[in-house]
Design a protein around this ligand. Structure first.
Ligand code: HEC
Ligand code: HEC
Ligand code: HEC
Length: 452
């Protein structure tokens, strides 16, 4: 008995020492991945471009606040995490930071030994090159206006308030070192696309599933679940790879146009993706948009499909709506016949939607999106579709497509049963393969919309 107690005692002491070591042994940070010439010039505009590619604005600008001055609340299952002021203000921003401190925030998620919450996507930014990190640092320090803004402190519930716990999380979440691993046999364009998608673009933050620890399940191409679809605040985020992904059927040019303008002949970017286009992707040049599109379309070894140099050539040209194809014919025929005994969902579609999306479900290229084969319409979780029907949606205006398209919502006109019937119809019409929607599901989405 005594011996057992002694062993137990030793174990407890070991555990305590281990925990203290874990808490107090200084956190290692990653040194520069390459040594750049000290007198190396950064091309004008480069740092700002990297900031756009990384979409720092989206999280580091509060609604109505100064750019990059922080204070935007990021909702997480553990509570609200407030983004930091990253303007060069010396008291409340990063004005006193060295490049090394900045690099460790971007690559290790560590600021002066303190761990950042992974709401800051360092899981992805860690793959950025030293020269991009330096250009970004130089831009933030010299070209951004310092703004004094004391950001609200993040106070999560125990045990998530113990930031040292993130250290253990990082061991579990961050696989391998932070060097960029070029795809095998990739040409220059594919590698540039891979670099942007995996690093600054942090596409995996939304488009990869999450592990049991809420880490990104797949941050780079070698990972099995990389970009196979995720979930965000209860919205399903489409897969960007694999035979069932929507983009599998898009051309490289169509994909590049979606990224640069938030729209193409097939779909429209809504919600978080519309924001990514508005604040980040539309600012990327044609070369980089094409590179990302080429990389995504060839990520699983498909032949590289080139795109025209110019992304989303001026337009949209008045293109005739496509006729119904084989899969869509039966539905188009039923809607055209408009017989009085049509099912409720189809009748509601004809009355409310067909004027723009047409009986073919094909819409009008780049203006009224195609509902046939649309990833959002058929999504496993119908909430995004229900939200569009109830609340409407809008596509931002971009330089390449300077027009703001709005679809009005139908929450005042249609009740829950009607929206459910309508949604079930569009999810199964024209060969679509989405499941039935219930009135309860509609009520749930409606109640969220009312709260906001
Ligand atoms: C998805 C949201 C998101 C994006 C995108 C994002 N950040 Fe952050 N960032 C955060 C949050 C949230 C914090 C605060 C985390 C915490 O308190 O632990 C943070 C913290 C930081 C910090 C630490 C500041 C400090 O004072 O501790 C730096 C530096 C930073 N971000 C830089 C950037 C840069 C540069 C970009 C663009 C390349 C960027 N972030 C993009 C959410 C984001
Ligand atoms: C903040 C979260 C977020 C980030 C970051 C993000 N996306 Fe998305 N993305 C979404 C959501 C949500 C949708 C679904 C939009 C909709 O239903 O209209 C989407 C849709 C898409 C689609 C349309 C797919 C389809 O089948 O309709 C493409 C293509 C896409 N994203 C590419 C990218 C790329 C490339 C990146 C990185 C450069 C990226 N996304 C970064 C959230 C995000
Ligand atoms: C007056 C024209 C108009 C009518 C009527 C209309 N829509 Fe739309 N719809 C649009 C436009 C424009 C967009 C794209 C721009 C946007 O997102 O605001 C859109 C977008 C959508 C999307 C998002 C598609 C995607 O790729 O993300 C869905 C789903 C949709 N509509 C379904 C419907 C349904 C169902 C109805 C009937 C209740 C309907 N629409 C009625 C014009 C219309």
């Amino acid at each position: 008995m005594k011996k057992v107690l002694r062993i137990l005692g030793v174990l407890v002491v070991l555990a305590i020492v281990g925990l203290l070591a874990f808490i107090y042994v200084p956190v290692q940070t990653t040194p520069p991945k390459e040594i750049l010439a000290a007198d190396g010039k950064i091309e004008p505009g480069r740092g700002e471009y990297v900031m756009r590619a990384g979409d720092c604005m989206a999280c580091h600008t509060a609604t109505g606040g100064s750019p990059l001055a922080g204070g935007r609340g990021i909702e997480s299952p553990m509570g609200t995490i407030w983004s930091s002021n990253i303007t060069p203000d010396k008291e409340t921003g990063i004005g006193n930071w060295t490049l090394d401190q900045f690099r460790s925030a971007m690559v290790d998620g560590v600021v002066n030994g303190k761990h950042l919450y992974p709401a800051m996507p360092y899981e992805n930014y860690r793959f950025m090159s030293e020269s991009d990190i330096q250009a970004l640092y130089t831009y933030l320090m010299n070209d951004v206006k310092p703004v004094k803004n004391e950001v609200q402190a993040t106070e999560l519930a125990f045990p998530f308030n113990l930031r040292f716990g993130i250290r253990a999380w990082n061991w579990l979440a961050l696989s391998g070192d932070s060097s960029f691993k070029p795809m095998e046999g990739g040409n220059e364009q594919q590698l540039r696309g891979q670099y942007l998608v995996e690093g600054a673009g942090h596409c995996a933050a939304c488009h990869s599933p999450r592990t049991a620890f809420m880490a990104q399940d797949g941050t780079r191409l070698g990972d099995a679940n990389f970009l196979t679809g995720g979930e965000l605040d209860g919205w399903s985020v489409p897969a960007l790879r694999g035979p069932n992904s929507g983009i599998e059927k898009w051309s490289t040019a169509e994909l590049a146009a979606y990224l640069g303008t938030g729209r193409n002949v097939h779909a429209i970017a809504n919600g978080e993706m519309a924001l990514a286009v508005e604040h980040s992707l539309q600012y990327l040049n044609d070369q980089d948009l094409n590179a990302m599109a080429v990389f995504l379309k060839s990520a699983d070894g498909q032949a590289v499909q080139e795109a025209p140099k110019q992304v989303a050539a001026p337009g949209p040209r008045p293109m005739p709506a496509a006729p119904a194809d084989e899969a869509g014919q039966a539905t188009a025929k039923m809607l055209t016949a408009a017989s009085p005994d049509m099912p409720l969902g189809a009748r509601l579609y004809l009355d409310n939607c067909a004027a723009c999306h047409f009986v073919t479900g094909k819409g009008a290229p780049e203006i009224f999106p195609e509902l046939q084969g649309n990833a959002m319409v058929q999504g496993k979780d119908p909430s995004p579709l229900l939200s569009v029907i109830l609340n409407g949606t809008s596509v931002p205006s971009t330089d390449r497509r300077p027009m703001h398209l709005v679809m009005q919502g139908y929450s005042d006109r249609l009740n829950d049963e009607e929206v459910a019937a309508l949604a079930s119809f569009v999810r199964s019409g024209w060969g679509n393969k989405g499941g039935e929607v219930s009135a309860d599901q509609v009520a749930k989405v409606r109640s969220v919309a009312v709260q906001h």
